[in-house]
Design a protein around this ligand. Structure first.
Ligand code: PMP
Length: 419
């Protein structure tokens, strides 16, 4: 650097500047980034967000049910009680009272609970710590699109396991496990997104047994489990595996993920993962790299709402979603053409419609939007394609009158397509 003065321009490169064209960034993105795709749902939601369109597309919790006064009061109480600590950095593992409360619900130590910034972060970080390129990840067919998006950058090889009205077909699962050295199974056993289906008790037991025998880790994603409006509660895969492991959370091959998004409010982004200690330790390291910790204030707010507001809120949400589901089902029975099959959810926010083979719900969506109603086509929920004749309907944030008009318009759309 001898002879260089500060007035001399810095020569970064002696060659010609690279050509600037539309592919400039494409060639500079990582292989991982190139494997990511825009959420089909987000793209579709853009066209369905016209104000006069009744949308059953979004999976939004009903905002009119949010416990606004309780959150305001909790905010005041947290700021008064904790002072600046509410706004300070905090530990990666999570706010101790919140971790301890979650741990108590499952009868495990707090060290087996990791707080996450939304269960979506839990899925991403689980993908990061568990999936190596080419690992076989078994997914339900169809499955939660957001999980596919989270796992995709870690370059798994997906294998689809068929499902029916009782959830994953465990005979098919057994055949897949025998034929394929799988690493992971991702499942949503309660009121699945997108189908609304619930895995039966017998199948839960067999799934836990089969995966344990084949050495396959299970990620159980359960954001909707508390929102059961009919039928009786079933044990989680995690609970069953914990029992099998003699109550030792460090010998459980199921990783459980859940969230306060659907039971309380989604915007606070408070969720958690329960897992064996070695997995939690890796998640802590991964989370340090991702966001250091979930916002301190939000964790304190949720902690403040656990005893009174949360159980009350769950009762309110279950009642309203149950009524809305029932109303949508009765309207479907009245207006959908024969040959349209649909699920009857016992909880959660979604139901799933299968139209006769040959109909394409992506094509039909523009006709539905012309009739001022929208849904999500089913095909993006299939890891390896398929389901062109399927669609997801969300009833959680639809008023009765919207359900009546919207389902009638959908029935007309499908009837016209059938000719
Ligand atoms: N898993 C499933 C099955 C979901 O439906 C959702 C929300 N749509 C999530 C995870 C993510 O939820 P959150 O990040 O708000 O906890």
């Amino acid at each position: 650097m001898q002879g260089m003065t500060t007035t001399e321009p810095l020569q970064v490169s002696s060659g010609p500047a690279p050509a600037w064209d539309d592919t400039f960034w494409t060639s500079r993105l990582s292989g991982r980034a190139r494997s990511m795709t825009a959420s089909a749902i987000r793209e579709i939601l853009k066209i369905t967000q016209q104000p006069d369109v009744i949308s059953f597309a979004g999976g939004l919790p009903a905002p009119e049910l949010f416990p606004m006064d309780a959150v305001k009061a909790a905010f005041d109480s947290v700021m008064t009680h904790y002072g600046p600590a509410a706004l300070q950095y905090s530990t990666t593992e999570g706010h101790p009272p919140l971790r301890e409360w979650i741990a108590r619900q499952s009868g495990i130590p707090a060290r087996n609970v990791q707080i996450m910034t939304g269960s979506q972060q839990g899925l991403d970080l689980l993908g990061k710590v568990l999936i190596s390129e080419g690992d076989v990840v078994l997914v339900e067919s169809p499955t939660y699109l957001g999980a596919l998006q989270s796992f995709q950058p870690y370059l798994p090889r997906y294998v689809q396991v068929p499902t029916d009205n009782e959830g994953i077909d465990v005979d098919a699962l057994e055949a897949v496990l025998k034929a394929t050295p799988a690493k992971l199974l991702y499942a949503v056993p309660n009121f699945q997104n997108p189908t609304g289906r619930t895995l039966s008790l017998e199948r839960r037991q067999r799934l836990v047994e089969l995966t344990r025998r084949h050495g396959v880790t299970v990620i159980e994603d359960d954001p909707y489990g508390k929102l059961r409006f009919t039928g009786s509660e079933l044990p989680s895969l995690y609970q069953l595996a914990l029992e099998q492991a003699g109550g030792d959370p460090d010998r459980v091959h199921v990783i459980y993920s859940s969230s306060f998004s659907k039971t309380l409010v989604p915007g606070l982004r408070d969720a958690w993962v329960q897992a064996a200690t070695p997995v939690i330790q890796k998640l802590i390291q991964a989370k340090q790299g991702a966001d250091l910790h979930t916002p301190t204030l939000n964790q304190m707010l949720v902690s403040e709402l656990l005893e009174d507001t949360l159980p009350r809120q769950i009762e309110i949400v279950k009642k309203v979603y149950g009524e809305r589901a029932q109303h949508m089902l009765s309207q479907i029975a009245e207006h959908f053409p024969k040959g349209a099959d649909y699920t009857t959810p016992e909880g959660g926010m979604f139901l799933w419609v299968t139209l006769p083979e040959g109909l394409n719900t992506v094509t039909l969506l523009s006709e539905a939007v012309e009739r001022k109603v929208a849904y999500v086509p089913g095909s993006p929920f299939f890891a390896l394609g398929g389901g062109e004749n399927t669609l997801r309907l969300s009833y959680s944030s639809a008023a009765p009158e919207q359900i009546e008009r919207g389902i009638k318009a959908l029935g007309e759309t499908f009837q016209a397509a059938l000719g």
